[in-house]
Design a protein around this ligand. Structure first.
Ligand code: FAD
Length: 438
C-alpha cells in the first residue's frame, strides 16, 4: 500500500455487493456504455463517484458553465443511488435528532433545508424531462401509541416548516393501506417515490448535454490531495484538477480519513412478480410509499408495473445474507396476508453510509478536496441538497458549506476494521429496542 500526499491508497473493492440483477437495472433507461479514462487530463473539477451526490454536484456546476469530469468505478448509479427503495422524503436526516445533537439554533438553520431535497429532485425531473415515474405521497406508519407520539411530534415539525401533511388514524389509513397492522400514520403529501436508477441516469444525460464528462469503469486507485492541484489516478489514466469532490459515500474505501466517519453497511431489497392492477390497488390503494417507525424498519411501494418493491428487516450485518428472499418474505406476508406465496422475481443489495448521529456529513479532506456522505438511509433528497452545497463551495459561495461542515460528528473508532462488530452490536441493540418498544 503506497502513501501519497497523506492519503493511503488501496485498490477499491466492492465487497458485499453480489452482482444479482436488480429490478431497477432490468428496467433502466440506460443507453450506451461510457468510455473509461485512458489518458492524462486536466479539469476545473474532478468528482469521484457517479451517484446522486456526484452527479447533482456536477450538474449544478455545469449549469454555471463548469466542465466537471466524473470518475465512476463501475457505471452511473451502480452504488446506492441505483439500488435504493425510491422513497423521496422530506428533511435531511432526523430533525428531532438534529435538535438533540446540535441544539435548537442550528436545528433551525437545518430546518430551512427540510423541503429542499424533494424540491430539487422535482425541479430537475421537470427541467430535464427525466422519466423516472415520480409520484406523490409518502406515509410513515406506527405500530403502537408510542410510535404514534413520535409521528405527532414530526407532524408539528412539518407544520413549522410548511410541509403539507396529515396525521391518519387507523380508519383513515385504510384509504392508503390494505392491512390492519398499524394503528396510524403520517402522510407527507409532497414527498413520494420514483425509479431511483432512472433518476440518476436522467441526471447524468442532462449533465453530458451541458458538457460534463463521465468516465465509467474507471476506479480511482490513488489520490494526492496535498499539492495545490489534486491528482487522481486510475489504472489507465489520471486527472489533475483545481477542485476534487469525493462522492463515493458507502463505497469509497481509499480515503482512511473518511473511513472513521461513516460505517458502510449492506441493506437488501426484493421485487415481487407483477401483482396486477386489482391486487396492487388492494394493498396500496393510493399508491403511497410506506415505511414504519422502527429502527430496523420495513419500507415498500408499488412499481409502475404493479410489483411490490420491499426493503428492510435486515439492515444490519456486514455480510449479505445468502437468501434475501427468505429474510424478507415473512415481513411481506406479515403485512399483507394477500401476498402469501407471492413469487419474488428480483433480489439485490446495496451499501448505505451510516453516520453515528445519522446526520449527513460534508467537509474538506485538504485545501481543495471536498466530500459529502453519510445520509444514513435517507439519501435521495439529502444527497441532492449536499450536491448543491458542494457545487456552491466550488464556486466560492461557502455559507452553507461552512455551516454544515462545522457540525460536530462522532467517529467510529477502528473504522472499517471494526464495522462487523459495530454492525452486530447495532443489530442486537436496535432489535431489542424495537422489541421492547423504547
Ligand atoms: C437498499 C437501499 C435502500 C435505500 N432506500 C432509500 C430510500 O428509499 N430513500 C432514500 O432517501 N434513501 C435510500 N437509500 C439511501 C440512498 O440510496 C443513498 O443515500 C444515496 O443514493 C447516496 O448517494 P451517493 O451518490 O452519495 O452514493 P452512491 O449512490 O453509493 O454512489 C457512490 C458511487 O461512488 C463510486 N465509487 C466509490 N469508490 C470509487 C472509486 N474509488 N473510484 C470511482 N468510483 C467510486 C461507486 O461505484 C458508486 O457508484 C437506500 C440505500 C440502499 C442501499
Amino acid at each position: 500500500m503506497a502513501v501519497l500526499g497523506g492519503i493511503r491508497m488501496k485498490k477499491p473493492y466492492f465487497e458485499n455487493v453480489p452482482n444479482s440483477l436488480s429490478y431497477y437495472e432490468a428496467t433502466a433507461n440506460r443507453s450506451s456504455k461510457r468510455k473509461s479514462l485512458q489518458a492524462s487530463q486536466e479539469a476545473d473539477v474532478c468528482i469521484v463517484g457517479a451517484g446522486y451526490t456526484g452527479i447533482s454536484a456536477a450538474l449544478f456546476l455545469a449549469e454555471k458553465g463548469y466542465k466537471p469530469i466524473i470518475l465512476e468505478a463501475v457505471s452511473v448509479g451502480w452504488g446506492a443511488s441505483g439500488r435504493n427503495g425510491g422513497h423521496l422524503v422530506n428533511f435531511i436526516g432526523s430533525h428531532q435528532k438534529a435538535m438533540q445533537f446540535f441544539g435548537h439554533k442550528r436545528a433551525d438553520y437545518i430546518g430551512r433545508f427540510a423541503k429542499k431535497g424533494v424540491s430539487i429532485v422535482r425541479q430537475l425531473t421537470k427541467k430535464y424531462k427525466i422519466n423516472c415515474g415520480l409520484v406523490s405521497k409518502n406515509i410513515c406508519v406506527a405500530y403502537d401509541a408510542k410510535q404514534m407520539e413520535g409521528l405527532k411530534q414530526e407532524y408539528q415539525l412539518m407544520q413549522k416548516y410548511d410541509i403539507e401533511s396529515q396525521l391518519l388514524d387507523r380508519e383513515e389509513l385504510k384509504e392508503h393501506l390494505g392491512t390492519n397492522l398499524y394503528c396510524g400514520g403520517l402522510l407527507d403529501v409532497n414527498a413520494g417515490h420514483l425509479h431511483p436508477l432512472n433518476l440518476v441516469l436522467g441526471e447524468a444525460a442532462a449533465l453530458e448535454k451541458l458538457g460534463g464528462v463521465i468516465y465509467e469503469n474507471s476506479p480511482v486507485v490513488s489520490i494526492n490531495t496535498k499539492d495545490n492541484m489534486p491528482l487522481v489516478k486510475t489504472n489507465k489514466g489520471e486527472i489533475r484538477c483545481k477542485k476534487l469532490l469525493l462522492c463515493g459515500n458507502g463505497y469509497l474505501n481509499i480515503v482512511p480519513k473518511l473511513g472513521y466517519r461513516i460505517l458502510s453497511l449492506p441493506t437488501h431489497m426484493v421485487a415481487t412478480e407483477p401483482l396486477g392492477k386489482k391486487l396492487a390497488k388492494q394493498i396500496l390503494p393510493s399508491n403511497a410509499c410506506v415505511s414504519d417507525e422502527r429502527y430496523i424498519l420495513d419500507y415498500y411501494r408499488l412499481s409502475q408495473d404493479y410489483r411490490l418493491l420491499f426493503g428492510g428487516g435486515v439492515t444490519y450485518g456486514v455480510k449479505t445474507p445468502k437468501d434475501i428472499e427468505a429474510k424478507l418474505r415473512p415481513n411481506i406476508e406479515n403485512i399483507f396476508s394477500q401476498l402469501k406465496g407471492v413469487k419474488i422475481d428480483y433480489t439485490w443489495s446495496g451499501n448505505i453510509g451510516i453516520s453515528f448521529s445519522r446526520f449527513p456529513q460534508i467537509g474538506k479532506v485538504d485545501e481543495n478536496t471536498y466530500f459529502a456522505q453519510g445520509y444514513s438511509g435517507d439519501g435521495i433528497g439529502a444527497s441532492h441538497v449536499f450536491g448543491e452545497i458542494l457545487s456552491e463551495a466550488v464556486t466560492g459561495y461557502t455559507k452553507n458549506f461552512l455551516f454544515f461542515s462545522k457540525l460536530p460528528w462522532l467517529p467510529f473508532p477502528g473504522g472499517r476494521k471494526l464495522r462487523a462488530v459495530y454492525s452486530i452490536l447495532g443489530s442486537w441493540w436496535y432489535t431489542l429496542r424495537d422489541f421492547i418498544r423504547i
